[in-house]
Ligand binder design. Structure first.
Ligand code: F6P
Length: 364
């Protein structure tokens, strides 16, 4: 199942999971439309053959769909989902999604025995039907372009999005240079500045704004000094990359318009640059998966199947991470909690904490 925002590489995960499961002698099912498919059942839960996922490795988006599902937030929705799984003969679930989707999965797993008991008590399933499905094994794979989950060096899709951003910035640079213009380029990342920061490094941008680490001083002074210096050195173009969740040191959101106003300020002492704003938007999220995401999705999909097959009722719910180029299993909820702490720290303007949590992630 894929859930949450799509990311390039999700189809590679589905392909790897389906084929590895078949290879291991299992029946593989695809749940279409995320949790919505589990709740609605019917033709949204489809048995997959080897050939069904042919050509999926490079495809962008998610071919099995993803949707917001309010019903799954409520116990009756999860009850129906459990019933649909048992009726389809499904006893393990691999979910590729962001931290929210994976948290939902962990809750589902912890409730599973009581859901089955309730289905029997209500007469919706018999004891004989539920007995073989006593335990639900769940494994997560993180699909997100933001690279925002703690505990893994990369999430499925982040390098495709980063490559797309770099390609777009290259295009913009050609026109910026021609007219000696400045461009403010907004990239995705509500709580996580990974895309903005790495795109800044990879394109040699003049200035970068991210949510976790606002400039120490007034950003207007800092940016003007840098841009001015670069212009004096003879640069014909100015590129400023801003994450959509960028903040100033007081925690206020910094908008591309504010940055543009400063760059184009024609009053005395102002930079006076002819400035344009480009919001890259969803081109960052769609499109084919780069080689890294094809590899990551394949290796993690294979490992996820091994992990669900080896899991016992005592095993903590895990997700598949990549650390120092090794595919590893890690406790899911610890990573989710750490991720949410960074977002909370940014929201509550505790940037020191946000940065120390990010540092700890990298030290990990
Ligand atoms: O996938 C995460 C993300 O890319 C965020 O960076 C961005 O804010 C969000 O998705 C936008 O997604 P949507 O348009 O689906 O709400």
């Amino acid at each position: 199942m894929t859930s949450g925002g799509d990311s390039p590489g999700m189809n590679g995960v589905v392909r790897a999971v389906v084929r590895m499961a078949i290879h291991m002698g299992c029946d593989a099912f695809a749940v279409y439309e995320g949790y919505e498919g589990l709740v609605r059942g019917g033709d949204l839960i489809k048995k997959m053959d080897w050939d069904d996922v042919r050509g999926w490795l490079s495809e962008g988006g998610t071919l099995i769909g993803t949707a917001r599902c309010m019903a799954f937030y409520e116990r009756p929705g999860r009850l129906t989902a459990a019933k649909n799984m048992v009726l389809n003969g499904i006893d393990a679930l691999i979910i590729c999604g962001g931290d929210g989707s994976l948290t939902g999965a962990d809750k589902f797993r912890s409730e599973w025995p009581s859901l089955l008991d309730e289905l029997v008590a209500k007469g919706e399933l018999s004891k004989d039907q539920t007995t073989p499905y006593k335990h639900l094994n769940i494994v997560g794979i993180v699909g997100s372009i933001d690279n925002d989950l703690s505990g893994t060096d990369a999430t499925v899709g982040c390098y495709s999005a980063l490559s797309r951003i770099c390609e777009m910035v290259d295009y913009i640079e050609a026109t910026a240079s021609s007219h000696s213009r400045a461009f403010v380029i907004e990239v995705m990342g509500r709580h996580c500045g990974w895309l903005a920061l790495l795109a800044g490094v990879a394109t040699g941008a003049d200035f970068v704004f991210i949510p976790e680490r606002p400039q120490e001083h007034d950003w207007r002074t800092d940016m003007s000094l840098v841009v001015n210096r670069h212009r004096k050195l003879g640069k014909r173009k100015t590129i400023v990359i801003v994450a959509e969740g960028a903040r100033d040191k007081d925690g206020n959101k910094i908008s591309p318009e504010e940055i543009k106003d400063l760059l184009s300020d024609k009053t005395e002492g102002g930079l006076g640059l002819d400035t344009r704003i480009t919001t890259l938007g969803h081109v960052q999220r769609g499109g084919t998966a780069v080689a890294y995401d094809r590899l990551l999705s394949t290796l993690q999909g294979v490992e996820a199947v091994k992990a669900v097959l080896e899991a016992t009722p005592e095993t903590e719910t895990c997700f598949i991470a990549i650390n120092e180029n090794k595919i590893v299993r890690k406790p899911l909820m610890k990573a989710v909690q750490e991720t949410q702490e960074v977002a909370k720290a940014v929201d509550s303007k505790d940037f020191e904490k946000a940065m120390s949590l990010r540092d700890a992630e990298f030290a990990d």
